[in-house]
Write a protein that binds this ligand. Sequence first.
Ligand SMILES: O=C(O)CCC(=O)C(=O)O
Length: 284
Amino acid sequence: MDGHLSAEEIEKFHKDGYLLIEDFLTHAECDVLKDSCHRVIQDADFSQHPKVTFDTTDNKQATDDYFITSGDKVRFFFEESVFNADGQLNCPKEKSLNKIGHALHDLVPEFKKVTFSDKMKNLAKSLELKKPAVVQSMYIFKQPNIGGTVVPHKDSSFLYTEPMKLYGVWIALEDACADNGCLWFVPGSHHEGPTLRLVRKEKDEGVTTVLEGQPPGNKPEEYIITPVKKGGLVLIHGDVVHKSEQNHSDRSRNIYTFHLFDSGISKWSPLNWLQPTDPFTLLY
Ligand SMILES: O=C(O)CCC(=O)C(=O)O
């Protein structure tokens, strides 16, 4: 796999708003990212760490300064259920995290290597992106049994560009199946823009964000389950509706994801929660 898409794959992506590419990374390449993430966690001191959780069902985190200023950092976000009443972790730290974000692609060499690889450049070239800029990256854990739901959403609700030229790259570092919380998509839902926007508001005491509008209202039967084997990549159009369920299994479902937009032909919204401190790094 060298990253180039066939004409059929490109057509399918434009029709459905998402595309599964099997075996994009080798198992060894996946393990390098998992090991690197493990090292980042082991090196972190969580004892004095802010207890910021990440739960897409309530959006509390998005008003938090720790979240809003995480665009150029490696920051840790916890699952809801991992703290005792005294604020201490009730499980090993590597089992407590919901995700790490949002600058792994810039700050951690192993993630940088995969993000800016020739394969990834070929993928973007297949989509004829003029000046793709990488805006954020995340490692999502979906911990065994407690890994939380990601509610139905379009990524464009959070990372808006005008016109919409946002793409998500989502790589399974372990098998993602029905029972450990794989992705579900509403094919074709990318033909309409978002009905919900997370909007940045400057206030006297700092920056906050507000959700404006309504989340997507698709019926359960419109969603197509998308299991992905370790190493598979899902290309996600910014406007396609997708979600994932809680992990009900004893197996984790670790993934690496990042987003890019075509800065050659679209503009980054000044209302996005994420604003570059330095110019976003270009893929090419
Ligand atoms: O990995 C997941 O469960 C959801 C990821 C997702 O929806 C996103 O990053 O937009």
